[in-house]
Write a new protein. Sequence first.
Length: 124
Amino acid sequence: MDLLKLAEQQLIEKKVWPEFKAGDTVTVFYKIIEGNKEREQQFQGVVLQRRGEGSTETFTVRKISGGIGVERIFPTNSPKITRLDVNKRGIVRRARIFYLRDMIGKAARIEEKKSYSSKTAKAK
């Protein structure tokens, strides 16, 4: 085994997040340090991609703020990220949905994956 990967596995703690992929709407809670104060801020948007593996894995989240698209790249194992919530599961056919950057308004919506509860499945 490569010495770099061995050191990486031992030193960096791997965080466990809920399963998410491109097209899902997530809310990322992360710490911001301003001077001597620390606060938590949230960033809610659509996951455009997941990239990398192990300790170098990152994911890109895009949201529309004031009519302007804002993207942010988060390292998966960052100690600044405190929580990650998956709000909606999206139906997309690609692993990287950069085509969303060119769309505006209703065209930029992603169809939501419907999840059925056990009661409705038994009734059918």
